[in-house]
Write a protein that binds this ligand. Sequence first.
Ligand code: C2E
Ligand code: CA
Ligand code: CA
Length: 633
Amino acid sequence: MHDEWPDRRFRDLFLQSGIPQAVIALDGTIAAVNEAACSLFDRRADELVGEPLLSRLPHDGLERSERLLEDLLEGRVRRAQFEHRLLHRDGTSIDALVSAAAIQGPNNELVELSISLQDITALKALERKRLREALEDPLTQLPNRALLMDRIGQAVERELAGNEPYSLLFVNIDRLAAINDSFGHAAGDEVLRAVADTLCGLVRPGDTVARYAGDEFAVLICHPEDPHHAVAVAERAAAALNTTLLGAGWPELHYTASVGLAHGPADTAEALVSAASAAATRAKEFGRGRWHVLGDSARHQMAEQRALGAELTAAVAANGLSVHYQPIVDLRSGNVTAFEALVRWPHPRRGELAPHSFLPLAEALDLQIRIDEWVLREACATATTWPQGDLGPISVAVNVSPAHLTTPGFAAKVCETLRESGLDAGQLALEITETAVVADLALAADVLTTLSEIGVHVSIDDFGTGYSSMLQLRQLPFDKLKIDREFVRALPHSVDDLSICASVVSLASRLGVHAIAEGIEQETQVKALDALGCHYGQGFLWSGAVPASETHQMISATPWLRPTKAGDPRTAAKRNSPSSDPVVLQRARDLHESGASLNTIAASLNRAGSKTHGGLRWHAASVARLLFPQGGS
Ligand code: C2E
Ligand code: CA
Ligand code: CA
């Protein structure tokens, strides 16, 4: 027993302390221990004295504790704390937190170490359990998604370092939801466990079978020596998972799985997973219980989409999109009454991209709402700069994506944008598609009613392409129906389309709203639509969407009596028309429709004091040019 105590009080303090303590000699062996330490190990003091402090039980911190003890014993540090694993008499291990300090002699020389021990066995067990839970799927005890992603990440890095090929198998159980519904969730769980067992039976040590999500499993296959191994596993997995579950309670439970395979190398773990998952989706499309390996061109396409996605995210963050404006024209007078705001992406390498080539991507990346909000702000700000049109203020129509309309706070955000821009609510129209409102009609009606109460207009976009019934749409406060360009394209020759347009226009008039025809490219379409009573039109006949800077010119160039070539609004020519006065045109059209001859119309206009654009009296020829600007009948 250690007997060089400087003071009896210190000795008692040491021996009777409730904290396990020991004195360590400079050779690393135990020189003295107290009662508490003895009971911690369930060993007597005379058994412990003379033993080395550090057992060599393996644990994560072994190397560190050995290094620190050496530093202490050689006087390099004066105190240190480390976790260490110690041996109990019964052979179990004790995790201890060791706090050690140097004991110095009269000349400050190191003579011994004093250490105290804290039993942290329970704490460490809890920590390990937490860690396991964080990385393990509780139902199948397989690695979960987090652990899988980590392992794939490591495989990606190893491949980069030394060409170790790997593949990922993605397994999607077909119709698990239906199994849950018809046999109960216990049966569904049983299927999941059976799939886990099957997959584990197909792989080699070193491969990772993981539960990726609900009905999805993934297998990371590392195959340095055998390139065909992954394909063989995919084949066998699809076959083995086309099977019947034998169990009590569900006599004949047959299930299948669709298996996708993607080979590395991949840029990231996420890229490999999405390739394998896309392959599984393809497999499912071919019929259940199959497997499919993603080809190079599909992989290439996915990589391109990913790159484009990253560029889009950056562009949105840097306000790198732009808004163009397409005029909406009053068919009778030729006046621009509104512009539709349409988003564009001026891509540094690919040129200006149209919405269809990036909005689906934006939606997948959760960027759609941010884009919509930005377009709304831009459009409102631009609209405040427009001069008054001949028929009143020019309004701006902004598209609202389905998901956006029903986000909480949508109406408030629109109000806020209006307030910030100073735009009159009556100058804003929101274009909503049928599908957007039908998804949650009650909520959509609520939101739109709030907005229409402050004067915002609502148009139903792409009307006729959805499957909503008029009964449903009537609950919404809208004031325009936009006839989809699909129905306008073949006018006036297609009898079917003509009758569809006719019924939309008459429906609109019965509801007391106006119709806008989209996609008008020819004058014959205008005539047909005008004859049906359609009020407004939009299309390349007048102009495609132009930058904000060109909208002013367009407003002052109307009314448009001579439609321009597609996409070229700049030749829109007031100069070429016999009159720029919409009232005159309207009067001439009304008289023409009532059957008056050109001479009669000319006489009537002259009586009213009207002059042609060149300041001349009207005659039959100038009336003809007024009514039929391109020389038609
Ligand atoms: P949409 O709302 O139906 O917009 C009209 C589309 O028809 C525009 O295509 C326009 O350029 C095109 N168009 C106009 N006149 C003609 C014509 O005479 N002939 C033909 N063939 N097409 C014509 P764009 O700009 O490519 O927009 C496509 C769609 O993208 C829009 O369809 C709209 O659904 C969506 N979109 C555009 N901008 C936004 C936006 O800011 N937010 C949201 N949520 N969607 C937008
Ligand atoms: Ca639209
Ligand atoms: Ca449309």
